[in-house]
Design a protein around this ligand. Structure first.
Ligand SMILES: Cc1cc2nc3c(=O)[nH]c(=O)nc-3n(C[C@H](O)[C@H](O)[C@H](O)COP(=O)(O)OP(=O)(O)OC[C@H]3O[C@@H](n4cnc5c(N)ncnc54)[C@H](O)[C@@H]3O)c2cc1C
Ligand code: FES
Length: 439
């Protein structure tokens, strides 16, 4: 075995596919090969299936990220000349495909398999596992995380290792929330994008040698200087984690959200703690999904849909996004592109207060009610609901009570007030002040 090359005995098997495009060209491909060009949509970078190259992890290089154009489908489905290799994991028996230029960890995450990781940079050792059979390269694994003895014994860091043939590897897989460490990390505000008058999209950059492992749909707490915390859902799918993206709605008089819209600047440093919460995609189910978002409740729904797309899930996904008016649906072209390109995704925008005179021939009313009109019987479904407390409560009551959704198939994140805010409200006002408007 050479210094850089791991080898465990099995012959390389190559697969060739036809080159149909360059993943950086701005082309988005439909499953049937049709092409949809989506011009300069920064948000499409968030949908990218292309695992980020090492260079893009670098802060300096990251400055150019906003004009990335990307493919909805995994590159392996569309890109060319590259051969891909089959990798099987023991003891689970799960399999995935790895391109020669992507790390085993990136390839596994891209296909929805949750290998453990920390830094994704060859430093922490969290992704360490064994290659039982096959040829691979160690990449930039550091000696402190993987020494010579480890290498001789067949160990590898999957965040650095690349396949050079079909592989059989041994690795733990993250199976439950308990397997994912909750961490406190500094983040830098990479980019602030005013997506609507009261919605700010914040892209956060972790330190170069850090990554946050989480499940699609989970949230993080932003830690304020005085020890208080504010919860915000992660809007990007876990495999696409060059940046962590938050969608922040300004609440009138809000301490943190007021700061976001007033004083926050790019390059500011924040601290977060996460991942948090039990709202995440249940991947062990094959049931069709009803996904209902109100306002910035779109953030975790987006993460879930993009994750399901990345792992090429064929589960039907019925996505409903509600706002008062069109401006509240701040990433409408992105959501529409899902259903334009993928047959198993249906997207329905719903406005509760379309202004008179607006040329809106779409659905109107409460977003969960619109979903109920189309899905009167939810007995065979899973529902993922996210938004204001009033919306989540109404959806729970109606989906379970009137549409026969099983109680254990209802998953929700209610965008409630922070605990300290609630205490302050309880101390000074009556409980009715907690009633949120429901789009
Ligand atoms: C699990 C979870 C995930 C969340 N994810 C998101 C997200 O992705 N995007 C997002 O925009 N929000 C999200 N929220 C809501 C968000 O945490 C609050 O809006 C935020 O804490 C407000 O902080 P603040 O310091 O600006 O307001 P505060 O200073 O705490 O409150 C000031 C005033 O604002 C009002 N207020 C506070 N919170 C809310 C609220 N949630 N709704 C209505 N009025 C409020 C109250 O009247 C309060 O008196 C989430 C909440 C939870 C619990
Ligand atoms: S060494 Fe840290 S994730 Fe691989």
């Amino acid at each position: 075995m050479q210094n850089d090359i791991g080898q465990a005995g099995k012959t390389m098997q190559t697969r060739w596919s036809i080159k149909v495009g360059d993943e950086r060209s701005g082309a988005t491909f439909a499953p049937n090969g049709a092409l949809l060009r989506i011009a300069d949509q920064r948000e499409n970078a968030v949908m990218a299936e292309q695992p980020r190259k090492d260079a893009t992890r670098d802060v300096a290089a990251a400055d150019n990220q906003e004009f990335l154009h990307c493919a909805i489908l995994p590159d392996s489905a569309i890109r060319g000349e590259a051969m891909s290799f089959q990798v099987s994991i023991e003891p689970s028996g799960h399999c995935f495909e790895a391109e020669p230029d992507e790390t085993l960890l990136d390839a596994a995450l891209r296909q929805g398999l949750r290998l453990p990781y920390g830094c994704r940079d060859g430093v922490c050792g969290a992704c360490r596992g064994k290659v039982l059979v096959g040829e691979f390269e160690h990449g930039k694994a550091t000696p402190q995380a993987l020494d010579e003895a480890d290498r001789r014994a067949g160990f590898a860091l999957f965040c650095c290792a690349r396949a050079r043939g079909d592989l059989r590897i041994e690795s733990r897989e993250v199976r439950s929330l308990a397997d994912i460490p909750v961490r406190t990390l500094p983040v830098r505000v990479q980019k602030l994008t005013r997506a609507a008058p009261d919605v700010m999209i914040i892209d956060l950059k972790l330190p170069n040698s850090e990554r946050l492992q989480y499940l699609a749909g989970q949230y993080v707490d932003i830690l304020l200087k005085d020890g208080r915390r504010r919860a915000f859902s992660l809007a990007n799918a876990p495999h696409d984690d060059t940046f962590l993206q938050l969608h922040v709605r300004r609440v009138p008089g809000g301490q943190f959200t007021g700061h976001v819209f007033g004083a926050m600047k790019e390059r500011d440093i924040l601290r977060l703690r996460g991942p948090q919460g039990g709202f995440f995609l249940r991947e062990d189910s094959r049931k069709p999904m009803l996904l209902v978002a109100g306002g910035t409740g779109f953030a975790p729904i987006k993460a879930i849909v993009e994750h399901a797309i990345a792992e090429r899930s064929e589960r039907p996904m019925h996505v409903y996004w509600g706002g008062r008016s069109l401006v509240d649906l701040y990433l409408l072209p992105l959501a529409q592109s899902w259903s334009q390109v993928l047959a198993n995704v249906r997207f329905v925008p719903v406005l509760s207060e379309p202004p008179s005179g607006l040329a809106w021939d779409g659905r109107t009313g409460l977003v969960h009610r619109a979903a109920m009109v189309d899905h009167a019987n939810l007995s065979g479904y899973q529902a993922y609901v996210c938004g204001s407390p009033a919306m989540v409560a109404a959806a729970r009551q109606d989906f379970l009570g009137r549409c026969r959704l099983p109680a254990d198939e209802f998953f929700a994140d209610s965008f409630d007030f922070a605990a300290d805010t609630l205490e302050a409200i309880d101390a000074t006002t009556h409980p009715d002040s907690k009633v949120d408007s429901y789009d």
